[in-house]
Each structure stands twice: as C-alpha cells, then as structure tokens.
Design a protein around this ligand. Structure first.
Ligand code: GDP
Ligand code: SF4
Ligand code: MG
Length: 394
C-alpha cells in the first residue's frame, strides 16, 4: 500500500460543519490519531490527507477538511481553501451531527453520500425509524466506533461504481482513437439513398468524423459509388468504414491490404459484450425452418434500421441460409419475459439505450443459452465477410 502514490489514489473527503465529528471519523477510519479531535470550532484548520487501505477496495487517500459552518473571517478563508481542496476529491462523505439541527446543506457537484454522526443521542426506536426512511444514509454512533463497517462497505460500493463508470465512459468516448495511431487516414463510406436522412448524416457518422479529428486523424467521406475513385486518389488509407448496407460492394472495391469495417461493427463494440456478439453469429449456422428469432431495436423512429431489421435481415437469412424463420420484434426497453422459444437474438446498435440495460439483456440471453449478435455483425456474417471486418479488433 505504501507504494501507491497519493496522486494515483481515489480521494475520499470528509466534509461537513465544524464539530460534526469529521476528525473523529477520520481517525477511526485510519485507526490512528492523525487529526486533532476537539470541541473547539475550527480545530482542523487545513485539509489533512492520509493514505489508507480500504479493504477490499484497495489504496485510497482520505481527506479531513476544515468545517464548513465557521462564520468567522478566518473561517471563511478556510472554507474557500476547503472548497479548493475538494477539486481533487472523487467521493465526498457529507458528515452531519444528528444532534445539531440545521446543518448546512451543500451541493458539491460530485458523488456524495450523507453520514450522520453521534447517533447514540437518539432513542433506539427513533434511530431505527430514521434508518428506515433514509436507506442511503450511513449512521454512526459512539465516536464512529458503531457503524464503521457499514460505512466502509458503502465507501467500497461507491468507489467501485465510480471505477466502473470511468472505464465505460473511456470506452464509450472513442470510436477509432484506440484502434489507429495519430496521422492515420480513414475513409467513411456513406450511401445517400432514400433511407438516408434529409440534409444531414446520421449520428454515428458525425461522431466518427469528430473522433478522427480529436485523435489527429484524417477523415474522407465518400459514397460507395465514388469509393473506387477516392481510394485511387489517396496515397495511403489505414481504414475504411462503411455502412453495412453496401458491404458486399465495398468489400470488392477495398483491396485486401486495407482494413475494412462497418459503422455497426464500431457501434457493436461500444454497447454490450462485443465478443458475445461475434460468437453469437455462429447461431446462424444452427437455424432451421420455423425457428423463432428475437429482434431487439432500441427505438422505433429510425426508418433506416426498420428496413434492416424488418426487411433486409429476414430476407438475407432466407436467401443466404435457405431457412425461413419467424421474427419477433421488441422495441425500446421492451424485452420478453420468457425467452424459451427463441433460437437466436438480433440486436440493433442500441445507440439510444443505456449500457446497463444492454448488459442486463446480454446476460439474460447468455444465461438462457441464446446466441445473440447485432445487425452489423449479422450482415457481415451473412455476406461471408465477418472474418475480414473483425480483423481490426483482434
Ligand atoms: N457524543 C459524541 N461526540 C462525538 C462523536 N464524534 C465526535 N464527537 C465529539 O464532537 C466534537 C467534535 O469532533 P471532531 O471530530 O473534532 O469534529 P470536526 O470538527 O468535524 O472534525 C469532539 O468533542 C468529539 O469528541 C460521537 O459519536 N458522539
Ligand atoms: S437505438 Fe437502434 S434502432 Fe435506434 S437509432 Fe440506435 S441503432 Fe438504430
Ligand atoms: Mg476536525
């Protein structure tokens, strides 16, 4: 634990009015007398930061701050200093003395939870009623000796949640930034047919363009009909990203040395378990006449996708696999209770649905033993080019 520098640790700050018991708690958590505990307001004048091991989470930095409720001139300066220190806090424990009513209510703009101290001052039934009404609050008594384990558990939960969110947003933030080096040249193929929205590009296309610029890459946009010419004119192309609908044509035009993938494949990587989608494509091999296929679409207003999910994919399954299946559609957050009749599931890119929801569904399908893949992977598979389009990610 000594090895992890403070700067690498998640910072947890104890914040609250003077005399609310911050330093007492700080010492209890650390298991040693680091901060001076006193009933003289403003004893902790500056923020104290100490390294600690929060089991089972790991190394953290614990911050004991000066009180917020000090109205003296010196106190105001301390409060300003405290607020500045809170910039580095990842999680705030808002410490309130349960016996001191009218504690300052503050919004910190960061993950925060409330901790009541000195709860031994309440009658037992009063305390249990309060606990019941405030499940999100942690209650401490007897100089933070009672309830300390609850508090630690809660800290571990919150910090783990923060780590997970951070990981997800990093993955969600970039489309190609993690796949190609700076200076790369990316060609986007976007058919402009009747399904294309009037006067604009669809969101994933716009986001990928922006992502290329953010990562100092060059991006060229072309239709499938002008792709051949575009590639001839460019000295070097590091990646071609195409709309799935024109995949077969683009696949022929783009020479084997140039990596090729689809918008949908890039989307598939962002939501849900990409390897589960890739593996799920194998489900096509086992389909038989009359099998039920579950189709999940994140929203109903997208005519482009409606066309893929409702017309193109069923048609491709019939033509390429020679089986006629039954397709059942679920839109938005709708999801069937009973999965037993489905042999396979197909999902859109789920750009409008939150990650948690997508993950829950993926898990349910996995548990039920139902292979699931998404439109991009499915179209690539049915065109026999999945192997080519997934190379980029391996
Ligand atoms: N009765 C009681 N007193 C407490 C408890 N926790 C802290 N105190 C007292 O409250 C006063 C202020 O505590 P301190 O930790 O210095 O508060 P801070 O200003 O928020 O850092 C001290 O006299 C502590 O002994 C508690 O659980 N019960
Ligand atoms: S949620 Fe699905 S159907 Fe809706 S726009 Fe996104 S990918 Fe298309
Ligand atoms: Mg203090």
């Amino acid at each position: 634990m000594e090895q992890t520098p403070l700067s690498m640790r998640k910072h947890v700050a104890l914040v609250g009015d003077t005399n609310s018991g911050k330093s007492t708690l700080f010492n209890q958590l650390l298991g040693q007398e680091v901060s001076i505990v006193s009933n003289v307001s403003g004893t902790t004048t500056d923020t104290v930061i100490k390294a600690m091991e929060l089991i089972p989470y790991g190394p953290i930095a614990l911050m004991d701050t000066a009180g917020l409720g000090d109205s003296s001139e010196l106190g105001k300066q301390r409060i300003e200093k405290t607020e500045k220190m809170l910039d580095r806090a990842d999680l705030i424990l808002y410490i309130k003395d349960i016996s001191a009513p009218g504690a300052t209510a503050v919004y910190f703009g960061k993950p925060t939870f409330v901790v009541y101290t000195k709860c031994e001052s309440l009658a037992e039934d009063e305390l249990s009623a309060l606990k019941k009404d405030n499940p999100d609050v942690v209650f401490l008594s007897n100089h933070a000796t009672v309830g300390l384990d609850d508090l630690k558990t809660r800290m571990v939960q919150e910090l783990t949640k923060l780590d997970k969110e951070k990981e997800e947003s990093a993955q969600e933030e970039t489309w190609v930034g993690d796949l190609l080096p700076k200076g790369s040249t990316v060609v986007l193929v976007t058919p402009i047919d009747s399904a294309a929205p009037k006067g604009r590009l669809i969101l994933p296309q716009v986001q990928i363009l922006r992502d290329c610029l953010d990562h100092d890459m060059k991006a060229v946009v072309t239709k499938e009909t002008t792709l051949k010419e575009t590639l001839e004119e460019l000295k070097k192309v590091d990646l071609v990203i195409t709309d799935s609908q024109v995949f077969p044509m683009v696949n022929q035009i783009v020479s084997k040395e140039i990596p090729l993938t689809s918008f949908s494949m890039l989307l598939a990587r962002k939501k849900g378990d990409f390897s589960q989608y890739l593996q799920g494509a194998e489900g096509f091999e086992r389909l038989q006449n009359g099998d039920a296929i579950l189709v999940l679409e994140g929203c109903s207003h997208n005519t482009t996708h409606e066309d893929i999910g409702r017309r193109k994919l069923p048609q491709m399954v019939y033509e390429k696999l020679g089986v006629s299946c039954r397709f059942f559609y679920f839109t938005g957050y709708d999801f069937p209770e009973d999965l037993s009749e489905y042999k396979m599931a197909l999902s859109c890119g789920m750009c409008m649905v939150n990650r948690q929801e997508v993950e829950t569904r993926m898990k349910r399908l996995k548990d039920a033993g139902i292979p699931v893949t998404n439109y991009g992977v499915a179209i690539a598979y049915l065109n026999g080019i999945l192997d080519r389009t997934k190379e980029l990610f391996q």
